[in-house]
Design a protein around this ligand. Sequence first.
Ligand SMILES: C[S@@+](CC[C@H](N)C(=O)[O-])C[C@H]1O[C@@H](n2cnc3c(N)ncnc32)[C@H](O)[C@@H]1O
Length: 321
Amino acid sequence: MAARATNIGELTGFAADVRAGLTRSGQKELPSKYLYDEVGSKLFEVISLLPEYGLTRADERLLRRHAREIAKALPAGTLVAELGSGSGTKTRWILEAFGRRAHTSYFPIEISRSALAVCQRELSDIDSISIVGCEREYLDGLLEVTARRHKGQQILVLFLGSTIGNFDAPADVTFLSEVRRLLAPGDALLLGTDLEKPLPRLIAAYDDAIGVTAAFNLNLLARANRELGADFALDRFRHEARFNPTTRSIEMHLRSECEQRVTVAAAGFSVRFEQGETIWTETSHKYSLDEVERIAERSGFRREAQWIDPEWPFAETLLMA
Ligand SMILES: C[S@@+](CC[C@H](N)C(=O)[O-])C[C@H]1O[C@@H](n2cnc3c(N)ncnc32)[C@H](O)[C@@H]1O
């Protein structure tokens, strides 16, 4: 499979993960976190506006309606951290509710530098809020944030947009357990989870009519071309959204339209694709309410409150550490 000999130990980050994911035996994969470079983060913002993608609007409706209750469940002055904030648009409701009670520090934790910059800029007008951006992976960022808490100060961690659904079971519980381990009793996690819904509605949300989600997915290959000198011909791959009934997840794939060979120069390898073979790029698990309860409990959290959007089934759950 590899055209040139390269020491994989020399590769780091994107190059190493692209090589590992495309040269593994069986299903080729690329980690979904690489969907979010500057172009990808902007495309995700557009996806969140599409009529087919009701998830973000449901999440925002719940936050807008219940922000005060959420803020009141925690002491004034609680430190707010957000895992994968993106542009932070929906977070405004929560921050305004906290800011009305006391001066509040907000730490968006993001690997996308451009999304983090938008978040800091867009939320900077909220009264009584200081924003400290943290360009880190989720847990590294949260560890840094916990080190900054004052004695006796509580932390609320936001994990919105059903981003938890990007973790395959049991990695979701492993991840939430890690989050719990970094928190102290009295801290809280606000967890957004997209709930099960009819299949046509789900598929349309990840395969919209004007092709924004397709562009978002294909941008991963374009990113490899830009950053790693890869030679993916984008018109030879097609976006695919499919439902896996066993895992109850929408999977995004990129399907090779023909037999072809692709070289990734900066990662020192080339790889063959069969016609019809796919690269798995993202998982979005759809939850039942029982399952939300179960993963929370298994991760060491206790459910304090839950709100559900009836229009686009989506749950916002406040969990206590
Ligand atoms: C599905 S988007 C959700 C954005 C926003 N929270 C929302 O609900 O609209 C996931 C976000 O998490 C960020 N992200 C993905 N993997 C990450 C990681 N390992 N560490 C930190 N941020 C990550 C992405 O850059 C992206 O902005």
